[in-house]
Write a protein that binds this ligand. Structure first.
Ligand code: MRU
Length: 370
């Protein structure tokens, strides 16, 4: 499996997910603005993966600060060794805001950006207080920020393995599992969240069929999930999004497993558009509906889904596919990239720390703190 994100010779190398599975291409990002642009344009996508890329972007911003880089306004703004600590901190905070703003829904992005920024700033302060010059402090801050970004990536892979093990216990032998979007290795530091559960249960020979919804308009299910599962020898069957209800009504689906972009304190979930529809359908047909996510996807600042910002992407993604129009000229389109699923429709949330079962609002704090 080709990694979605790699740090290579001081550059962040991203597998360009816009062209999969047809073309394998990479984008090599030299500065933090290029990484933020790649997140915005969905070269890299999936909540944990954009968090990882965002973490590296902050480390790159620290390096740019050290080298005397451009400001987020694009103008030359020397901020090298002659700049004072406040100026560096202001530059880094501005860079962090710019990176965090690339996509609004997945909280993993803001979480990782804040974590690496805090690390860099605390190292910067400590070294300056110890009497070293700014150049030394910035060099140390860059090393520490880079290590923090690498740690986020490493930890994500470990969390996914644990999510896989915790989730596979919920899958009954012979299950036909339906998933939506791509919550796999491509969307994470490796292995995947929802696809981590599917991978583990497949390995344990509990799955007889994986159904992947194609996930209009960006086709993460058709282009990415089907590709990554096929690469790993996991049998997968695609369906158009609107076929899910019919399959469920015919008794062809035993459970649904999806990922998440942000989870509120009461267990309400933001995930790829279409998730809420699947949760409603699963509820009507008495099919377990599972959400798999690391604790970095939980937002401790919001109590329910009403406060989750939902990204609205360009209508062009709906109106055209690979340059070909999908509707008549001049027609309008609406393109919310995510939707919100209330916890009442969720059978369990699978995390690396354990499984949160109903009543989810009551059980959630104990599991995620644990
Ligand atoms: O728009 P995307 O492709 O970034 O959306 C991705 C999803 O909605 C995933 O289900 C979610 O991020 C979980 S990925 C482990």
């Amino acid at each position: 499996m080709i990694p979605a994100i790699e740090w290579e010779d001081g550059r962040l190398v991203l597998l360009d997910q816009r062209y999969l599975p047809g073309r394998i291409e990479f984008v090599r990002c030299r500065d933090f603005r290029e990484i933020a642009g790649a997140i915005k344009d969905m070269v890299v996508r999936g909540a944990p993966a954009i968090g990882i890329a965002g973490g590296y972007a902050v480390a790159v911003a620290v390096r740019e600060c050290r080298d005397g880089a451009r400001g987020t306004d694009g103008k030359d703004r020397p901020l090298a060794i002659e700049a004072d600590l406040e100026k560096c901190a202001a530059f880094l905070k501005e860079a962090a805001d710019h990176i965090s703003a690339a996509r609004p829904t997945a909280v993993n992005l803001m979480w990782a950006v804040d974590r690496v920024l805090e690390k860099a700033l605390s190292v910067l302060r400590d070294i300056l207080r110890a009497g070293s010059g700014l150049e030394t402090a910035l060099a140390e801050a860059y090393t520490s920020a880079l290590e923090e970004a690498r740690a986020i990536e490493r930890e994500d892979l470990e969390m996914n393995k644990r999510i896989g093990a915790n989730g596979a216990r919920l899958i009954r032998p012979g299950s036909r599992v339906l998933t939506h979007c791509n919550a796999g290795a491509l969307a994470t530091g490796g292995y995947g969240t929802a696809l981590g559960v599917i991978r583990k249960a497949w390995e344990e020979k509990k799955i007889s069929m994986v159904y992947a919804c194609e996930t209009r308009p960006y086709l993460q299910g058709a282009r990415l999930t089907a590709w990554e599962l096929t690469q790993d020898g996991i049998d997968v069957t695609l369906l158009v999004d609107s076929a899910a209800g019919y399959l469920m009504s015919k008794g062809m689906v035993d459970c649904v497993v999806v990922g998440a972009d942000r989870i509120a304190l009461n267990g309400d979930v933001a995930n790829k558009i279409g998730t809420y529809t699947l949760a409603c359908l699963a509820g009507i047909h008495d099919i377990p509906f599972y959400v798999a996510a690391p604790t970095s996807t939980f937002d401790p600042t919001i109590s329910d889904m009403s406060a989750i910002p939902v990204e609205e992407r360009s209508p062009e993604e709906v109106l055209h596919f690979r340059g070909a129009p999908t509707g008549p000229e001049g027609v309008k389109a609406v393109n919310p990239s995510f939707d919100l699923t209330p916890h009442k429709l969720i059978s369990a949330i699978i995390t690396e720390k354990g499984v949160i079962e109903p009543p989810i609002p009551e059980n959630l704090p104990r599991v995620i703190k644990g």
